[in-house]
Design a protein around this ligand. Structure first.
Ligand code: 6GU
Length: 254
């Protein structure tokens, strides 16, 4: 399930070039007993199957070559052990600033894919250092969320995209949505492109891109504007968009 994604995206190139190493572990391999059971019914009822704590704790102990103290993994964090992130719809929402925060200081992250029905609460309390969700909808397991997180983080590693400027301009970097993009042909099925893009006037094109970003963010995600990095010109332009167009002098009030 992971290899198909990791072998076919920018992540593959990042791995090949040594920018990132991804090691997959099957939790089942760390489950004790002949049947390698990883889940069980919930105490107190309620239905669904719950991931057992032992295989997950065992996996982390084996991977990091440590014994987790009874007071919890968190007590080891000061000794330089990596964050352990539980992917769960109950977690903190993944947004670009969180992705940036995770990539910058951490050489190594452990991701645990929970399943929707649940993970034994002791994994949260005594193992995970962070809980992350990728959005307010329900996935059947944390795997797709983990892939999304790995992708979001990998493309932020300096050198991976080959063009640092591209990441800086991405939608959500700087807090704005991206402007529209066009490529050849200039006319397609009778639909043209904005004249400014054919003008060769680079300074005006830059202003156009910025204004398109601002207008698009205002129209689609006005909530993002509160956190966005805006200068005085940006604010003036947004103000002009918020303003109703000047009244036509149609004498209707007379
Ligand atoms: Cl991290 N897990 C699951 N199961 N569902 C999700 C999610 C994670 N993020 C959004 N929905």
């Amino acid at each position: 399930m992971f290899n198909g994604v990791f072998d076919a995206t920018i992540i593959k190139r990042a791995c090949d070039k040594g920018y990132v190493e991804i090691v997959l572990h099957n939790i089942r391999d760390y489950a004790p007993g002949k049947h390698r059971v990883t889940d069980d019914t919930p105490y107190g009822g309620g239905g669904g199957m719950i991931m057992k704590p032992e295989p997950i704790f065992n996996a982390v102990e084996a991977i990091l070559n440590i014994d987790i103290p009874n007071e919890g993994y968190q007590s080891l964090r000061s000794q330089g052990y990596p964050p352990i992130i539980l992917l769960t719809p109950q977690g903190r929402l993944l947004k670009q600033p969180l992705a940036q925060k995770l990539v910058a200081p951490h050489e190594r992250l452990l991701l645990i894919c929970g399943r929707y029905e649940g993970v034994d609460e002791r994994v949260r309390r005594y193992l995970a250092t962070d809980e992350i969700s990728i959005g307010d909808y329900v996935l059947s397991g944390g795997e797709i969320a983990a892939m999304a997180l790995v992708d979001a983080l990998t493309r932020l590693i300096p050198g991976v995209l080959g063009d640092e400027a591209a990441t800086a301009k991405d939608s959500h970097s700087g807090g704005l949505l991206e402007h529209p993009h066009y490529t050849r042909p200039a006319e397609y099925r009778g639909h043209g492109i904005p004249d400014i893009l054919l003008s060769g006037h680079h300074a005006k094109q830059e202003i156009w891109r910025r204004r398109q970003s601002l207008a698009r963010t205002l129209a689609r995600r006005p909530d993002l504007l509160e956190q966005a990095e805006l200068n005085e010109e940006d604010r003036a332009y947004l103000e002009s968009l918020n303003q109703p167009p000047p009244e036509e002098d149609n004498h209707s009030n007379h």
